[in-house]
Design a protein around this ligand. Structure first.
Ligand code: G3P
Length: 224
């Protein structure tokens, strides 16, 4: 999976983001790589139906009904949203809430991607059996210096720790990934996919970079 987290960067207008999603559909179709896009929350529903799975950047543990201002998993499901990132470094939540959210998403048949900051946290969260855990060292986020080249042992150790668990949870990684070489290294170290934000969202030609990243998945089969 190639998951693009648009965060709340403002260099893309709402319409730019919509065009980016359309373009990503082409890239995904041509390369055969699964691309998922996580836009700013207010655009979620507007970006569904364009051929790309749309994922939330966060969801609250609140229940439907009297929960003013919260976004609930049920609302996302009703809007055709594929799943959600949970516990991103920029939006951390307590372990009990991570667990509860994974459980609710499973019941709704939605995909969960739990972000983690260390190998220990990755293993702890993988035991909760989300669909994906995504290790991202916070100090590399947004730097253009990739986890896969700067801190390869994080991926390798997370991979080998997860191999010892009885779980189908897959490993993603992110932080500082900007080009095909970074993705290639991540896959070789045992990740099944990557999360990318600034390396795609903040460049002049986002689709060009997306194409480069997506191509790596085709030419280098993922290692489990
Ligand atoms: O969720 C992905 C993100 O935190 C990584 O950010 O800008 O380093 O690709 P970036």
């Amino acid at each position: 999976m190639l998951l693009i987290n648009c965060k709340n960067y403002t260099n893309m207008s709402d319409n730019d983001t919509r065009n980016f999603v359309r373009g990503a559909h082409e890239v995904s179709r041509n390369s055969g790589t699964e691309i998922v896009i996580s836009p700013p929350q207010h655009l979620l529903k507007w970006l569904t139906g364009l051929g790309i799975n749309i994922m939330a950047q966060h969801v609250d543990t609140a229940s439907p009904g009297s929960s003013t201002g919260h976004i609930t998993p049920e609302l996302l499901k009703n809007s055709g949203i594929y799943g959600t990132i949970i516990n991103h470094s920029e939006h951390r939540i307590p372990p009990d809430d991570i667990k509860k959210t994974i459980h609710t998403l499973k019941e709704l048949k939605m995909v969960s991607v739990v972000c983690t900051q260390s190998v220990d946290e990755t293993i702890m969260c993988a035991r909760m059996r989300p669909d994906y855990v995504a290790i991202e060292p916070p100090e590399l986020i947004g730097t253009g210096k990739s986890i896969s080249t700067q801190q390869p042992t994080l991926i390798r150790d997370a991979r080998s720790g997860m191999n010892k668990l009885d779980t189908h949870t897959r490993l993603l990684c992110g932080a500082g990934i900007v080009n095909g070489r970074d993705v290639s290294a991540a896959l070789r170290l045992g990740a099944s996919g990557v999360l990318v934000a600034s390396g795609v969202v903040k460049v002049d030609e986002p689709l060009q970079v997306l194409e480069e990243l997506a191509d790596v998945f085709v030419h280098q089969p993922e290692e489990k």
